[in-house]
Design a protein around this ligand. Sequence first.
Ligand SMILES: Nc1ncnc2c1ncn2[C@@H]1O[C@H](COP(=O)(O)OP(=O)(O)OP(=O)(O)O)[C@@H](O)[C@H]1O
Length: 304
Amino acid sequence: MALLELKDVSKNFGHFQAMDKVSFNVEAGHIVGLIGPNGAGKSTTMRAITGLMTYSEGEITFDNQPVTFSNHKALDKMGNLIEYPSIYPNLTALDHLKLYAMDTKDPVDIPDIMKRTQIDGDNFGKRKAKNFSLGMKQRLGIAIALVRNPKLVILDEPMNGLDPQSVHDVRELIRSLANKGVAFLISSHLLDELQRLADDVVIINKGKIVKDTTMEDFLAGGHAQIVLDTNNNEGVLQLAVDNNWDAKEDGTKIVIDNGDDALNVQDVLAKLAASNIEVKSISTTQENLEQHLLEVLKDDGQGA
Ligand SMILES: Nc1ncnc2c1ncn2[C@@H]1O[C@H](COP(=O)(O)OP(=O)(O)OP(=O)(O)O)[C@@H](O)[C@H]1O
């Protein structure tokens, strides 16, 4: 049995169905990215998993125990940071961690987690949380999610407000905990970040699961592309029109979709040379998470 299992979970707000028979699993030690457009149902799903909300139908099981609004026993080993960290304005970072760890038999090493989330420096100490910046509050929220030594951690937009160094450090922390068997369910609109971090992807759109697979398989299903850096992008776009290539500008580069593998790189180079276009670099690649997600949502017929 997986650590977390959702089976046909539905949630209605009045007549509006925010979750429509949502099913997926999270295995121990896996980092799962829950992605989808605004309003897709990510936070609702996370709130149902953490027992913060009732659900209309279906079953949620965590660590072999049912999770419902009225059964919180299972949740001792689940940490979460959903929407905003629950912070008390007049407590210090250390006070928070002691408070959240209070009634658990097995808290993490608090000084160590403070160090790893960088809430142990001069900026913290005796300072009260009401004086923390957005990023400091977020790092405290992540530390709180981890303090009870959880088996599963639910993080909604964990990189919110973090500077690049903190994003890097939080990524390393998540990865090292996952290597020790902790599972993560993470939603983020920072898809580059999620592509680097997640082992599995669950895509939700309009309350329905559209895809549930490994990151590797998901990206492998994306279209192949030819990426060109030339001295004449206008010329390449004209050549694309003449030859029926599906090309578009992406920053300073031109990306030609080669989804059906119809194009041969040598032929493309020959045509560019015949038009006197100088090629500074050419590479073949797959769509990244963001590009393939947009593709999948388009095919789903529901739009992003
Ligand atoms: N308490 C509520 N009452 C009524 N509708 C709600 C409630 N909570 C969420 N919804 C609706 O359910 C849908 C899903 O919302 P949810 O917050 O889960 O989306 P999300 O995928 O997390 O979006 P975002 O990326 O914008 O955070 C939205 O249409 C939202 O308006």
